[in-house]
Design a protein around this ligand. Sequence first.
Ligand code: SF4
Length: 454
Amino acid sequence: MEHAEAAAVFNRDSERTTWHDETLWWVRQKRDKAAHQIPAWEQLRETASAIKQNVLSNLHDYLVSFEYQATRNGVKIHWAADAGEHNRIVLSILQENGITALSKSKSMLTEECHMNEFLGRNGIDVIDTDLGERIVQLRKEPPSHIVMPAIHLKKEDVSDTFHNHLGTEKGNNDPQYLTEVARHHLREKFLERKLALTGVNFAVAETGEFVVCTNEGNADMGAHLADVHIACMGLEKMIPKREHLGVFLRLLARSATGQPITTYSSHFRKPRPGQQMHIVIVDNGRSTQLGRSDFRNSLKCIRCAACMNTCPVYRRSGGHSYHNAVAGPIGSILAPNLDMEKFADLPFASTLCGSCSNVCPVKIDIHDQLYKWRQVLVKSGHAPAAKKIGMKAMSFTFSHPAVYRSGGSIGRKLMKALPFVVNNGLNPWFKQREMPEPPEESFREWYIRNRKKK
Ligand code: SF4
């Protein structure tokens, strides 16, 4: 389903849609309060943006430095050109160690690579240990949000899911009770898994270390108990120096959830004695995006999700409607780079209000890029046929004033005499809105009558 169709399905449950909208707006407001408590907030954003700009301009050097330092620390670096290679590398590490089950902390990259499905087909049991991810995994759903994967679900939904899969009391919706059950369930898994997979929030080029941010400590629990730790990262996760973490860690948590700091910001540098540590660095279209001058800035993204929480379209259409691992405004810029045809609908799922760009902690010009993607998609022939015909008709009408004037006049009369011609279910605009009463005359007619004669 395209975004608009999937959003229409989400909107059928208007109570849930309103609740989803209000919940995310509440998170956005928390972000605002946290940001306003730092007088140098705008300066922090500028600095973060400049650091990331520098990283993108010198990415090769930083990656080479990171590989060198990490290898010296005893970490094995793997390079993956695409999702398939990433998945095969992870599988080969599992097979070399004779391991058939792993615990995984939140990693949107592995969602992007469809790793769980791939490993499942190869006989590997993956358990997601982030609470939200575990909930959606039990429901066989993808995450709907990059920071709060189960934000589309209410506590009643979670209660039903846990009752069906973990045997909790039917109808007990107490979050404390449900969390406690999840905690025991996950603890058992942590203790039995020999391999842990984590994502990477920041990789430090000068030291070869990396930082993983979680609120639940699940990345630490998995990595510290496992004999093998695999960390998977997109190649844009680089930052030059450890001192730059002070900029990004302050921005990330405040932008994501309005917290002053993520509960756990865990630094990993080398494997403990007897442990193996692997880092898989993945391209999967990122170098192509780096080469698109209009869109390269999107690689500055630190996946805070502030652009989703503020987006009026995301809030009222839900993350699944974007049919991509990363939803919302940033997902709509990243996805067409991977597959223009499949994701041609996403850059149009925006009002272009610019709220996303206003909150982005690394100052990505998100709404400008959405607008630019529309132009690229239309020029490459990926716009839907109805839109192409409509645009051609509009272009002709706007370039011929006489056609424009008579069209307006006929339209006004038609809307008055036969309103169902416009106000019907085939008109997508009408589906969600009251159509205005047609005016008696056009502005031009009014102007000629009132002003021209004075
Ligand atoms: S684009 Fe900006 S606001 Fe959106 S997730 Fe990335 S860093 Fe956060």
